[in-house]
Design a protein around this ligand. Structure first.
Ligand SMILES: Cc1ncc(COP(=O)(O)O)c(C=O)c1O
Length: 469
């Protein structure tokens, strides 16, 4: 029977189960972001001043962020309206599609239904513009003319550069050196948007010069790049700093992913039994998971939620839940989070966006409350999963996203073993078009896997600040 006949002979529910894309109209794009803080059974631990170790006041954060973002950082309101100019830009690529991975399901021989939310349709190729756009908007509203930032994978630097060009803000990006060397085209894209991109550690800042004096070949880390960006921002009242992950307001902006996915899962007449996301600083994971988590906390259906991280930077699975600095130079406030120690430099493995020593405090807190599970995988098994996904679904995932793909595949294989028809939803947070050098290294057998022994981890953690909180 031809494919048209097959469709003609199916009823609408069968058709839904054969459908591949679940698309929302622009008019259906959420008008509010969702804030998990409103539904938490226990509030977040306080953020502490790095000097006094007393809870920070909003004014302490003013050298770094505009007041609108500081207010979003601390609010416990459930819904925050997305400003119209932000929604207007979101319309360039949002609502993002939700796909049913029919071909991957078939390749795995699983009875599970696999759905993925695809964030690679944004101009930068990932979820990062979801927060870059509002951050640039609120800074511009506050009269800010220059933003500094860090980037690991290059995705965030690209996103903020794009946002800067739309809102007439100059952007300086400190790109972790290993990623700067591996991805020259990311830099070219940032420059196309008019931004300045510098390899970190750099000679531009006092802290960069100090790191280079100790080790001229330092490959860099997100912690060091953050210190450099913060150092420049605090020196000039017209310059502020923007962070691409970790902070509450970033997670808030990313909630649009899960809010759209909820509508799309309803369109598919399914609800996820399992939700999977990869975690670097925690923002794309929170984006897909928090709206569902909040739904369950308010008495709705409960999904099992799984965070996937690299075993070379195992923050959630092997880090300590403690107060720590967000950067290597200890200029940022102290937050309670899962951390490997702010001096931790992960090996130069390719998932550059997952190389952060800490985890979003809100994600860490949710983990402590038992609201989700965390697993870790080595990079080679993640590339293997990404290649299987690409061969069946066509999209070449970013190396970071491969961790979520691997997590979803493992869940689908569990369903196969247990004969369960569960619904799995994962966040395909970005494409890998700028990461082909990493794929080439993988195909050439040049990638190695790194697991830390307890002694190495203990050493990295020995520098944690002692905090009486
Ligand atoms: C494609 C992609 N996925 C994931 C991440 C990790 O960040 P987060 O955990 O904040 O989503 C990054 C960070 O650069 C990224 O570029």
């Amino acid at each position: 029977m031809g494919i048209l006949n097959t469709y003609n002979n199916t009823n609408s529910r069968d058709f839904l189960f054969m459908q591949t894309k679940f698309l929302l109209e622009e008019s259906q794009m959420p008008k509010y972001w969702y804030n998990l803080q409103a539904d938490l059974p226990e509030p977040l631990p306080a953020v502490l001043h790095p000097g006094t170790q007393k809870p920070v006041e909003p004014s302490d954060l003013e050298p770094l962020f505009p007041m609108a973002l500081i207010e979003q950082e601390v609010t416990t309101e459930r819904e925050i309206e997305i400003p119209e100019p932000v929604r207007d830009v979101y319309n360039l690529w949002r609502p993002a599609p939700l796909y049913r991975a029919h071909r991957l399901e078939k390749a795995l021989g699983t009875p599970a239904k696999i759905f993925y939310k695809y964030e690679g349709v944004s101009p930068a190729g990932s979820h990062k513009p979801n927060t870059a756009i509002p951050q640039a908007f609120y800074n511009r509203e506050a009269g800010i003319r220059t933003l500094t930032t860090e980037t690991g994978a290059g995705q965030w630097g690209t996103s903020l550069s794009f946002a800067g060009s739309l809102f007439d803000i100059d952007v300086t990006v400190f790109q972790v050196r290993v990623s700067y060397n591996q991805k020259p085209y990311r830099r070219a894209v940032m420059e196309t948007y008019g931004a300045k991109c510098v390899a970190s550690p750099s000679e531009l800042t006092e802290f960069g010069r100090k790191v280079l004096a100790e080790n001229p070949d330092h490959t860099g880390s997100l912690g060091i790049a953050i210190s450099e960006a913060v150092e420049l921002a605090v020196q000039d009242p017209n310059t502020k700093y923007a962070l691409g992950s970790v902070l509450n307001h970033v997670l808030l902006h990313q909630s649009i992913i899960g809010l759209e996915a909820m509508q799309q899962m309803e369109m598919a007449d399914c609800w996820p039994d399992v939700i999977v996301g990869c975690t670097g600083g925690g923002s794309n994971f929170a984006g897909i998971a928090f709206p569902f988590m909040g739904h369950a906390l308010r008495g709705g259906e409960k999904s099992r939620i799984v965070a996937v991280e690299p075993s070379a930077c195992p923050t959630l699975t092997r880090g300590k839940y403690a107060y720590d600095y967000g950067d290597t130079a200890h200029m940022t406030p102290l937050t309670k989070m899962h951390t490997l120690g702010s001096g931790f430099t992960p090996p130069g493995f390719h998932a550059g966006g997952l190389r952060y020593h800490g985890m979003a405090p809100l994600v860490s807190h949710a983990k402590e409350l038992g609201l989700f599970d965390a697993v870790s995988y080595t990079q080679r098994e993640c590339f293997e999963a990404g290649v299987l996904f690409a061969k069946n679904e066509g999209i070449v995932p970013a190396p970071e996203a491969n961790h979520a793909v691997k997590g979803a595949i493992d869940e689908a294989l569990r369903c196969k073993r247990e004969g369960k028809e569960e619904v799995i939803l994962f966040n395909l947070c970005g494409h890998g078009h700028f990461d082909m050098a990493a794929y080439t290294s993988y195909f050439a057998g040049e990638l190695s896997d790194h697991e830390y022994d307890e002694q190495e981890l203990a050493m990295a953690l020995s520098g944690l600040p002692s905090v009486n909180a």
